[in-house]
Design a protein around this ligand. Structure first.
Ligand SMILES: Cc1cc2nc3c(=O)[nH]c(=O)nc-3n(C[C@H](O)[C@H](O)[C@H](O)COP(=O)(O)OP(=O)(O)OC[C@H]3O[C@@H](n4cnc5c(N)ncnc54)[C@H](O)[C@@H]3O)c2cc1C
Length: 502
């Protein structure tokens, strides 16, 4: 019998596995994907981790020297205190986030990420110095404190998998957990699995950590709980995150928790695949909406693109796009925005779904082939341009209050007339990242039952946990949550396994 069986080899599961190994437990990680086609959400991610810190020195201990001393505006990044992280998290979730879980994640964010760096995951700072000598986040419009895995999600994954190999934590690829059965007298678990090549295997374990992600890749489950139309969303990450671990734990007595009708969903290029593409996933990111306008097929705006920093709006605007005719929208920019767009907008391949025009009428005319009402689009932009308050200076670094007035939906920050050619339109749809409903856990990552008692020997972390996010999400929280709760789960599962074996 293995001490700890971890279901899912993403960031949360690997953090649990490494923490359990370090605590002396033997560990097997079950992973649904085949080894040569492996791609968890953590793999597809941008590798940005949100964390609380009190000085840049604390960050540099993780990332190495940032090289930003003396840069203008560097004081904006000097600290991101725990109180600010918690208040940003609370504000954007309508103060519904589980207060104890979010507090533990925030309080341990610096320590857990320092641990990850110490054991060998390479990080860098996302703070760059731009051409004017100003320090800014590499993703303009991002807000909060961050570090970034070197080489993003693939770099993070490579580091975690090679650490697991060195630590002798075995990974069984092509192994999908389908059921969890408690051994009588609470003496461990049997994890029943379907093998990729056919057949099944049963893994006996003292303790189990469920780290198999959300249910976003199950179109039917999405439509049933997120609502009509959600079966049509594109999946940004792993096609294996169909909620198998959540389903098995619920059937074994776990309580469900959180915002089951909510999810993280973004503007995502229509040229993407139906789930994450290992060769080119980052090409499809479209997070620069604060610096342009977004219209639907009727040529009408339907969101306040500048209601908050992009870090606090991108994860909720996918839902708004899904609600538009054809589940489609176009992000329109003029040449002034090109330095503010994230690097993903630089790809000009067909999957970028990009249309350009030397004038707005030309751009609008070219979009007719995509079904867009060109006359309405031209009128929307002309009306938008007239409504911009030119007296307020534009600044991408703060919520500048440069807004429109008198529109049906005003843009309340970063409003700039679209008047400088060339103009660009990027066609986007809704890309779902992960679902918010999941398993109920306590601050020791122990899965709870309906009575609020721990289910013996059962732990959960990562997207499989419910109660952390409601309606919306602060960028970079997913990976941090997976690391903090993954480490807690791994240590707890290792200790419980030793007790149970004694
Ligand atoms: C395109 C993209 C960009 C993102 N960028 C960021 C970012 O920069 N910062 C951030 O914080 N978050 C980001 N996220 C979100 C972040 O990736 C997730 O919150 C986090 O990686 C979740 O980690 P996890 O370990 O819970 O899930 P995953 O990393 O998805 O791991 C779950 C694993 O479980 C496996 N699995 C599923 N079901 C089973 C089963 N029944 N049996 C066995 N194995 C199973 C899956 O194959 C997968 O490998 C991004 C997500 C995407 C898709």
């Amino acid at each position: 019998m293995t001490d700890v069986v971890v279901i899912g080899a993403g960031n949360a599961g690997m953090c649990a596995a490494l923490a359990a190994r370090a605590a002396g437990a033997d560990v097997i990680v079950l992973e649904a994907a085949a080894k040569d086609a492996y791609g968890s959400d953590s793999y597809f991610s941008g590798g940005l981790f949100r964390l609380a810190y009190d000085s840049l020195t604390q960050i540099e201990r993780i990332t190495g020297p940032m090289g930003v001393e003396g840069a203008k505006g560097v004081e904006d990044f000097a600290a991101y205190p725990q109180a600010d992280f918690l208040s940003d998290w609370g504000r954007i979730t309508g103060y519904r986030t589980d207060p104890e879980l979010s507090a533990v994640i925030v309080e341990q964010s610096l320590d857990a990420l320092s641990w990850l760096a110490q054991i060998g995951v390479p990080f860098r700072s996302p703070i760059v110095v731009d051409g004017s000598g100003r320090a800014r986040h590499s993703r303009p419009g991002w807000h909060g404190g961050f570090i970034e895995a070197a080489a993003a999600g693939p770099g993070l994954t490579e580091a975690l998998l090679s650490l697991a190999e060195k630590a002798d934590a075995r990974i069984s690829y092509g192994t999908t957990a389908v059921a969890l059965e408690q051994v009588p007298d609470q003496r461990g678990w049997t994890v029943r699995c379907r093998n990729a090549g056919g057949g099944s295997t049963a893994f006996p374990a003292q303790t189990v950590v469920v780290a198999s992600g959300g249910f976003q890749a199950d179109a039917e489950w999405r439509a049933r709980v997120l609502g009509p139309g959600w079966d049509l969303a594109k999946v940004r990450g792993s096609r294996h995150n169909t909620g198998g671990g959540i389903r098995a734990a619920l059937a074994a007595g776990a309580a469900s928790h959180g915002n089951w009708s909510g999810c993280h969903a973004v503007a995502w290029s229509v040229g993407s695949g139906d789930s994450g593409r290992r060769d080119a996933n980052h090409v499809f990111e479209r997070e620069s909406h604060p610096f342009g306008v977004t219209v639907n097929v009727h040529g009408r705006r339907f969101i306040d693109e500048g209601s908050d920093f992009g870090a606090y709006t991108y994860a909720k605007y996918g839902r708004e796009i899904l609600a538009q005719a054809g589940q489609t929208a176009w992000q329109i920019f003029d040449a002034k925005a090109s330095d503010l767009q994230t690097s993903e907008y630089r790809y000009k391949n067909p999957e970028a779904a990009r249309t350009t025009g030397g004038s707005l009428p030309e751009l609008a005319h070219r979009l007719v082939a995509r079904g867009v009402d060109a006359g309405s689009l031209a009128a929307t932009v002309a009306e938008f341009n007239r409504a911009v308050d030119e007296s307020v200076p534009f600044s991408p670094y703060i919520k500048d209050g440069r807004r429109t007035s008198g529109l049906a939906i005003d843009k309340t920050n970063w409003a700039v007339a679209l008047d400088t050619p060339p103009f660009e339109a990027y066609e986007v749809t809704c890309g779902i990242t992960f679902t918010f409903g999941g398993l109920k856990v306590d601050t020791r990552a122990r899965v709870l039952d309906a009575a609020g008692d721990p289910v013996p020997g059962l732990y959960a972390c990562g997207e499989a946990v419910g109660g952390l996010y409601y309606f919306n999400y602060a960028s970079g929280t997913g990976l941090t949550s997976g690391t903090v709760l993954g480490r807690i789960a791994g240590r707890g599962a290792a200790r419980a396994a030793k007790r149970s074996a004694a």
